[in-house]
Design a protein. Structure first.
Length: 81
């Protein structure tokens, strides 16, 4: 956010532009996080055997990172092609 304030101080951006950009950044990050958590929870609920493995075996958690599972099709952040 401090990078947004510098252009305002220099007169490149207005206070309204800085506020709007900060708000959009906050909401965008929130929406993405909520979507990824929801997709991850759904994946574990629909594949209970994987949930059990993840709880019981730390090596399994490391081998299949949750972030990779959450970024499958249908998530708000699909894997780049």
């Amino acid at each position: 956010m401090s990078d947004l304030v510098a252009p305002e101080a220099a007169g490149t951006l207005s206070a309204d532009e800085v506020t709007s950009t900060a708000f959009l950044t906050l909401i965008g990050g929130h929406e993405t996080t909520v979507g990824l958590i929801s997709t991850g929870a759904l994946a574990l609920l629909t594949h209970p055997e994987e949930a059990v493995k993840a709880r019981e075996d730390p090596q399994h958690r490391a081998a299949v990172p949750c972030s990779a599972a959450c970024r499958r099709p249908g998530s708000p952040c699909p894997k780049p092609s």
